[in-house]
Design a protein around this ligand. Structure first.
Ligand SMILES: [Zn+2]
Length: 84
């Protein structure tokens, strides 16, 4: 597995939605590849951040929900830089 293969499947890997064989091969790749491991870490942050997103009422465009604050030290790149 090369980096591109690993990175295209990172989000599925983090959601554990790959089959066992692919999970294992990505896991193995991450162990030996600091670049992809950093990518996986960043993506995991993004996934957590998205899970914490407040519900927005589309009619008023107001943010519902409380306690949401964006961590400025970890800018989420999910939408800005989709994995290719
Ligand atoms: Zn890699």
């Amino acid at each position: 597995m090369n980096c591109q293969e690993a990175q295209t499947q990172l989000s599925e890997y983090l959601e554990s939605s790959l089959d066992a064989l692919r999970m294992k091969s990505i896991e193995t790749h991450l162990l030996g590849c600091p670049v992809c491991r950093a990518e996986a870490d960043g993506l995991a942050d993004c996934i957590q951040e998205i899970a914490r997103l407040p519900i927005v009422d589309p009619r008023s465009n107001r943010v519902l929900g409380r306690g949401y604050s964006r961590r400025s030290d970890s800018p989420c790149r999910c939408k800005l830089a989709p994995l290719s």
